[in-house]
Design a protein around this ligand. Sequence first.
Ligand SMILES: [Zn+2]
Length: 748
Amino acid sequence: MKAHILATTAAAALLSACTTAPGGEMDPIADAAVDAGISIPNGTGYFASDSDLPFQAPNFDAISQEDYIPAFEQAMRIHKAEIEAIKANPAPPTFSNTIVALEKSGRMLGRVSRVFFALTGSNTTDRLDEINTEISPKLTAHGDSITLDPVLFQRVKAVYDNRAATSMTPEDATLLENTYEGMVHAGALLTEAQRERVKAINTELTTLTTEFGQQAKAAMADQPVIFDNRSDLAGLSDSDIKAAADFAAEKGFPGKYAIALQNTTQQPSLPSMENRAAREKLFMASFHRADGTTDFDTRQLIAEIAELRAEKAALFGQPDWATYAMWDRMAETPKTALDFMEQMVPALAATQRREAAMLNAAIKADGGNYEVKPWDWYRYANRIKAEQFDLDEDAMTEYFQLDKVLEDGVFYAAGKLYGLRFERRTDLPVYHPDVWTYTVFDRDGSELGLFYFDPFQRPSKRGGAWMSNFVDQSFLWDTKPVIYNVLNIPKAPAGEPQLVSFDNVNTMFHEFGHALHGFFADQRYESLSGTATARDFVEYPSQVNEVWATYPEVLSNYAKHYQTGETIPQAMIDKIEAASKFNQGYDFGEVVEAALLDMKWAALSKEEAAALDTPAKVDAFERNSLKELGLEIDLVPPRYRSTYFNHIFSGPTGYSAGYYSYLWTEMLDRDSRKWFMENGGLTRANGDHYRETVLSRGGTMDYFKMFENFAGRAPDVTPMLEARGLIAGDEAADSEVSDGALPGTATE
Ligand SMILES: [Zn+2]
């Protein structure tokens, strides 16, 4: 699972749709402004106009930190004046003078937001962070003031109500529908009093979820686990133990040892630790994070957040937050997402029990007289895995050199499938010397776009890997995509070969899958262009692209030993593939449990949420919700417990009622891989077909329809369950886990 962010903040996501007018074309905003007698201020400074570099690439050499606040403020004023002009237009509302005008508004704001939020993610400074804190609430309020403007909505509604009588392209129709439904979803059809309550709830949710994020972070970062004796850490490397001693001293515990907690319930040090009591201590500290065991306690916050979300949903006439939040998803309803996950439970529970029995046998053989617990799990699972599959990940890494993986692997596969060609260039300004740029050429030799590759870990970069655009493809603006991939690969010391772990090789293919989705965008409107798709769809093309990392023809082209130049032995790859089905009762189980727990919280009615009025009731609700699932939750706890489940409780919306998306897109991905392999693998014909049916479609059509156009049928969960080792390939046809039919696929 990859951390991944397409749009940097909710505000940026909203604004990324906004945009100015290219020369020559009729400008509905300027026309409206003249007719309504409204003057729109001119911007000044770098962000006032399009960059004059090739592809409108940002000119980082011409931007200073102190440009941002004035640029944001000016851009919001201009955007506001544009909206006033659209509202005051004396002409009756039309698709062009209202919907297209809205799409075109806020161009300067889009320009400054894209550059600013790219840098706060990948190359931030204290000053940029400060500006972010100052500007984010203003951007949210600015966005709300537009989406909740009743006069503007009346114009949008008039165009929408008259849509049957208007001749429009399918893309126009989608833009109209999205604009209208987006405003309705924000509260445009509510009464004045209800709208005020929604605004108040939004503000309160922002406060509570920010507080949750801070508490959950503090419960992790401010509470390292302290061990008294070196022997407690037996099994860790000498350098790790020294780091633990230094860290303890730094935290005010000289002579002791401290281990910092990491994000998930499982902790990376556990498999190496020989001392079982120490393992239990570390695990329990992680598991009881922010649940009142120490000074931190997020339980009351969670209950309040759940209640406010349910109240907001009720204002919209919806039974629960999940139903409200899933309006624009591919899965559409909570039931579809739940049915999808619950069908996996029997096989998953059986796998968990089978794996536990295997681990208990290993413990016994090792002379232990105890039953496996979560803090023992990976120690024994990893040991069995290493014995059974004879894996040596370090030896493997010697075959992966960064530049070869990118140019002879990632780019090579894109060449074979889609006919793309890449040319490194060094003439464009970059925001950090370690960023590489390439011109991308299409199958007919024309320029397709610009690609920035920012591979290395550094303190100014947040964790994870992601893709986004500096410039979106749009025929309306006549722009081609300018796309970046950011990763966190440890940089080799000067003079040493730059090798990459197998995990990061996969991440490189993954992020470039997002880039392809952006490069093949073929849309008129930015807000529907490329990766502007539903949360439970956007990770699909990126996951599919990972399949080429281990495809023999691609692998033999890029995976060469850094000293001998010898191609990676196929046996090494076969081991990785075989090992990928191992331990799925835990690896997959903890994700499914977290996804189901998310849906349980999101399915509460206002009354049910209000009844969770003590921390003990919050505990009981979590425990009962998990127990109901039928999985072995005491052996395999969820990847996140509620009290530190940042995805769903940090940020006003976040991944709430959406954590299942990772599993959903994996289903689409695995099914698509199967299609590719059944149809000849890495061929131009297959690539062109995928580009035509999926990668070029942006957010312009129904996602099930897109998938059907590609695969010739509805998505099937079976290949995913096979890949996870939950059902064997040859048993799939008569397995009771899945008959191949997916609930809720019959849309349209
Ligand atoms: Zn991704």
